[in-house]
Design a protein around this ligand. Structure first.
Ligand code: NAD
Length: 485
């Protein structure tokens, strides 16, 4: 039998056992069995973590760091992450079942966030104000916003943590992280590595457990000044309401129902690859999944058959193997939800032209939660399968007549996270980028992200932006100083 690892929380630079004395299992989605046990935190643990972060903000070494020293520390943390990318990728695969190749590539890229925001730490500047009054001198200074609560989901635990953590630390904030209850291990390991590399105690603390037990108390804690959250829009709404009651700042990165729009004049080879990887990479469990294929009527049948042909060749199986292209769904609840949405779509009149059910061949492990890559045609944009986020390997195909019709369908959804446009007409690419209401539009590509490129949602997909130089502002407050001369 393989050893089950134990993970206490991490508060004030030390391991922290749960005040209630309880632990819960973390499952391997490929094997369908527990590989770790995680501390089940509660209100008292959250309070201890927030108080440690608050102390670190105002006393001890952290507030004494110059901006240049903060930058140097961030670059060091980037080096630590780079050294340990492979072992951290192993942990993430064990917890969320995503492909090792994908997680390793993601983690190998993430140090760039520490280098980039480390470089920005000593470029945070205030301004001298040109006043309309004589006898005064006034200037602004940018100060860290305070203790930041970071709450992350299970699909890309460290990537979504680091998008927030690097700018927060560059700004001089201190942090309490609450990772998803399904994927806590990699966050705990990373923060321990950072501690060993010299991150002062209390600057980053990790509390683990369930949303109601640790997430809510973190959101509601009076010493927390900002919540930076990635997750579902249901939880995002609760966080937004709770934060509004206490006048806290929020950053909300929520769900999507992103269109991948293919015009008849597109390079169809590139478009087929972009559509298939846009929805089936990470088993469809990404916020930016291109879950609606909008395809021009004149090429509908030909294009769909090419997408189906490629999707059918996808090899499912052990996410650790290089040959695997589609891994399991991360949790049993998510597995049931995906199958339920396929049933709903069929009941609404959609036709299954690829997949459509569970996958349980010998390659699918001893108890993993596998769903076949599924493609549905005959979908009307008003159906639930076209309006609601499935967060699984399910593509809904919807035909359109012309540019106006494509824009109307693309925007006829409450989300606005991302969109893809495939066309060989450059002017059309620009026009579509103007008219589609989403935080990111990719033209003749899909899924590209960078530390330099702002990412976030329009409409119900969220509030605020991560990445890019402006993201550091999300963790700063502006103070205006007046001097009577
Ligand atoms: P979720 O909302 O269920 O959980 C996210 C986190 O919130 C978890 O850590 C959870 O424990 C915590 N939480 C739950 N209830 C809470 C509460 N009452 N108070 C405070 N915290 C609470 O989301 P999930 O299922 O883990 O993740 C999938 C969702 O995340 C999808 O909707 C996906 O689109 C979204 N997502 C968005 C982005 C983006 O950048 N926009 C990226 C990845 C995932």
């Amino acid at each position: 039998m393989t050893e089950v690892r134990t993970y206490p929380m991490f508060i004030d630079g030390k391991d922290h056992s749960p005040s209630g004395g309880e632990w819960f299992p973390s499952d391997n989605p490929f094997l369908g069995s527990a590989w770790a046990r995680i501390a089940k935190g509660g209100v008292e643990d959250v309070d201890a973590a927030v108080r440690a972060a608050d102390r670190a903000l105002t006393s001890g070494p952290w507030p004494e760091y110059t901006a240049t020293q903060r930058g140097a520390l961030l670059r060091k943390l980037g080096d630590v992450l780079a050294e340990h990318a492979e072992e951290l990728a192993h942990l993430e695969v064990r917890d969320n079942g995503k492909l090792f190749a994908e997680m390793h590539a993601q983690l190998s890229y993430l140090p760039q966030w520490f280098y980039y925001y480390g470089g920005l730490a000593d470029k945070i500047e205030g301004a001298v104000l040109p006043l309309d009054k004589k006898g005064y001198f006034a200037y602004t200074r940018k100060e860290p916003i305070g203790v930041v609560g970071i709450i992350t989901p299970w699909n890309s635990p460290l990537m979504l943590l680091i998008w927030k953590l690097a700018p927060a630390l560059a700004a001089g904030c201190t942090v309490v992280v609450k990772p998803s209850e399904f994927t806590s291990a990699s966050t705990l390991e990373l923060i321990r590595l950072f501690d060993a590399a010299g991150l002062p105690p209390g600057v980053v603390n990790v509390v683990t457990g369930f949303g109601a037990d640790v997430g809510s108390p973190l959101v509601e804690h009076p010493l927390v000044r900002k919540i930076s959250f990635t997750g579902s829009d249901g939880t995002g709404r609760f966080i937004g309401e709770a934060a509004a009651r206490d006048f806290k700042h929020v950053g909300l990165e929520l769900g999507g129902k992103s269109p991948n729009i293919v015009f008849a004049d597109a390079d169809l080879d590139a478009a087929v690859n972009g559509v298939v990887s846009g929805i089936f990479a990470a088993t469809g469990q990404t916020c930016l999944a291109g879950s609606r294929l909008l395809v021009q009527e004149s090429i509908h049948d030909e294009f769909v058959s090419r997408v189906v042909e490629l999707a059918r060749t996808a090899r499912m199986g052990d996410p650790m193997l290089e040959t695997t292209q589609v891994g399991p769904v991360t949790t049993p609840a998510q597995y049931r939800k995906v199958l339920e949405y396929i049933a709903i779509a069929k009941a609404e009149g959609a036709r299954v032209v690829c997949g459509g059910g569970p996958a349980d061949g010998p390659e699918c492990g001893t108890g993993g939660w596998f769903v076949q890559p599924t493609i549905l045609t005959g979908v009307d944009n008003r159906m639930r399968i076209a309006q609601e986020e499935v967060f699984g390997p399910v593509l809904a195909v919807i035909p359109f007549r012309d540019e106006d019709h494509a824009v109307e369908l693309a925007n006829d959804v409450r989300y606005g996270l991302a969109a893809g446009v495939w066309t060989s007409d450059t002017g059309r690419g620009f026009r579509m980028a103007d008219r589609v209401r989403s935080g990111t539009v990719w033209v003749n590509t899909y899924r590209a992200v960078s530390f330099m490129a702002p990412f976030g949602g329009f409409k119900d997909s969220g509030i605020g932006r991560e990445n890019g130089s402006a993201a550091i502002e999300e963790f700063l407050d502006t103070k205006t100083v007046w001097i009577n001369t």
